[in-house]
Design a protein around this ligand. Sequence first.
Ligand code: CP
Ligand code: NVA
Length: 318
Amino acid sequence: MHFLKETDFTQAQAAEVLSLTKSLKQNRGKHTPKVLSSQTWAMIFSKSSTRTRVSFDVGIHELGGHPIFLNKNDIQLGRGETIHDTAKVLSRFVHGLVVRTFDHSEVEQLSQEGSVPVINALTDFLHPCQTYTDAFSMAERWSDSDDLMGSLKGRKMVYYGDTANNIANSWILGAALFGMELVLCGPEDYQPSPEVDVVLQVSGYEKHYTFTTDPLEAAKNADVIYTDTWVSMGQEDESKERISVMKPYSVSNDIMKQAKPDALFMHDLPAYAGMEVSEEVLYGSQSIIFDQAENRLHTQKAIMAVLSQSARSIAKDI
Ligand code: CP
Ligand code: NVA
């Protein structure tokens, strides 16, 4: 089993991830089941990372496993060894792969040609570890019961900026999986690609999103205002054009005022204050950005536990 996209887990498994995340967070430092005991997991990264890299390293260690960080350029993959051979060889050594790369087909190929679980730690297309973490970060605010998933149903999230990037695509899948209503708001030329609709359809979900270019109208009655960088990794050459066309979608207090009074502000980070969001909003009282960052650790531990099929025994154990 692999975790390459949001819908690789069923809704029941997604609910299991959220509730396990809650237990792992509550019990960190007191009791963590060692579900990766005697295992070694490799983390292959072709792009920069702070949160994903550190939270996986710490998380694998806390579950009793041994993480190995591999910068793509330090291994033969960076000199042209094929994904096929890399997948076959690494599967002889390690028990799981955490992969951050450009082309989504690379994580798919690794999962098909290797024989160990593969976790997508961000591709140009999707960032599913972020979506599940975000879902947990909202649910822990909204739910005082164990029904974390239920607390997300029908909630309205508005996502501003580049609505064709990996975070937007991931939330298109996430909104369908978690039963939320997603409004994507950005420039006409940066609309979601039809590719993500195909994934939705193949996964058996209805569309739970709409697209608009009107930033104030979009925010009305929102439970969550979300944004991400306008220039994703690998798009640096397009910076000037992107910044100029996305300016009207910078999240400001004017936008926050249109949302519900208790709406959350969210950002996957890294953030660029003064660009996609004002400093006031980014560090304001409605912002939960650092909870989101912390929750990467707890959520990814739960994801690894579900992949290692020990989730039920852990849930009983803690
Ligand atoms: N949000 C996120 O994935 O951050 P990093 O790029 O620092 O890992
Ligand atoms: N869209 C951003 C997300 C960073 C976590 C990027 O791909 O650079």
